[in-house]
Design a protein around this ligand. Structure first.
Ligand code: FE2
Length: 380
């Protein structure tokens, strides 16, 4: 692969020409991202200097390509640094800005009901014993925002074994875990056939629990299937149908609140559709039960806000968006609670259903996945 480099006469940036494209890199960016042992620790990769240690008038004196390496001489430090060209290409920032708000990164695949036949699933013992199986499953959870586990033990607390695969339990006021027990008895209307609208859990926390695990221990009632909806897909559908609806939910904070037990009063102020400054989808919060009075939408936008909220709910309720699956005893699912909404469908007949749930952290899951992915054995 042939690369060439030219330095701008100002010394402020260089242009790296690759076989397919070209990227410009600023002198100050290159100097800050040097990986020499005086800049970065050889032990842990952490940066040893602050930006203040780099002269503000840093310029490129000279640059040359040597095979897969770019050598850059900086002035006034009179320092030469070697860069791995594939690393530079991977980290290039000289590219067009996203055209549309609500985009997702390449490692995210949005989905709708058509994913039904292809729900990411793995066997519990394989996940425990086979790093390749775990890596593949974590990759699916990362890509689709949820994954199912089958073949686990039917034992109280087994849900913690699922969390142990990738991270740590996040304890809350609901405890280290919570029980989800349903007695389905047609003579008691309070417990018959009630479904729950798809939602994200605990939007009143800041930050929200980013991963939820639900583990089935008993399931003798008919129905009660679990259902998930891709909140990113729902947000993008809303955007494509009506950009003003998308914008009003992304541009204004909702309020969420829970004060349902003594000594607890959780509140948050975040948008239903949260975007990064560049328009990337960050998270979706949607929960009719804990939506509080919204006070951060201007008067002249409130009717649009409610129309948008209603339409987002209709999209979420649309069967074309929903993937359903049954959880039998010893089966569990893990969901990215910043993205994927979950629900329980209604029951028919009678019986019992018992699940245990807990929260964990997505950064731990992604860390485990990325660490496994970046080992030499993981090369695919
Ligand atoms: Fe929930």
């Amino acid at each position: 692969m042939k690369h060439t480099v030219t330095v701008d006469p100002s010394g402020a940036f260089l242009t790296l020409q690759t076989p397919n494209t070209k990227f410009r890199f600023h002198a100050i960016w290159l100097r800050d991202n040097a990986s020499d042992p005086d800049t970065r620790s050889t032990a842990n990769g952490q940066r040893l200097i602050t930006l203040g240690d780099i002269p503000a008038d840093t310029r490129i004196d000279h640059a040359a390509v040597k095979a897969d390496t770019l050598e850059v001489q900086f002035t006034p430090e009179a320092k030469t640094v070697a860069y791995d060209i594939p690393w530079l290409v991977t980290h290039a920032y000289d590219k067009p800005a996203p055209q549309q708000r609500g985009w997702t990164a390449a490692d995210v695949t949005t989905w709708d009901a058509r994913l039904m036949d292809d729900v990411p699933v793995a066997d519990f013992s394989a996940l425990r014993n086979d790093p390749a199986a775990l890596r593949k499953w974590l990759g699916s959870v990362n890509r689709y925002g949820f994954g199912k586990v089958v073949g686990g033990p039917v034992a109280e607390g087994a849900l913690f074994n699922i969390v142990d695969l990738f991270g740590y339990v996040r304890e809350t006021n609901y405890g280290r875990h919570f029980e989800v027990r349903t007695e389905v008895n047609p003579t008691n209307l309070a417990y018959t056939g009630l479904g729950l609208q798809a939602h994200t859990d605990n939007p009143y926390r800041d930050p929200v629990p980013t991963v939820q695990v639900l583990y089935c221990l008993e399931s003798s009632a008919a129905g009660g299937d679990n259902m998930v909806v891709d909140g990113f897909a729902a947000a993008q559908r809303l955007r494509d149908e009506n950009p003003a609806y998308f914008d009003v939910l992304a541009n204004h904070s909702a309020h969420f609140e829970y004060a349902g037990e003594q000594g607890v009063h959780l509140t948050s102020r975040r948008p239903m559709i949260e975007l990064a400054p560049d328009g990337a989808l960050v998270s979706v919060r949607f929960n009719n039960r804990s939506m509080a009075a919204v006070t951060d939408v201007p008067f002249d936008k409130m009717s649009t806000y409610y129309a948008a909220y209603r339409r987002l709910g209709e999209i979420i309720d649309d069967a074309a968006m929903q993937v359903s699956f049954r959880l039998d005893p010893g089966e569990a699912f893990v969901v990215d609670n910043t993205r994927v909404l979950h629900a329980r469908k209604g029951y028919s007949g009678e019986g019992t259903r018992w699940l245990q749930g807990c929260y964990a952290d997505k950064d731990g899951l992604r860390s485990t996945y990325d660490a496994m992915r970046n080992t030499p054995e993981a090369a695919e």
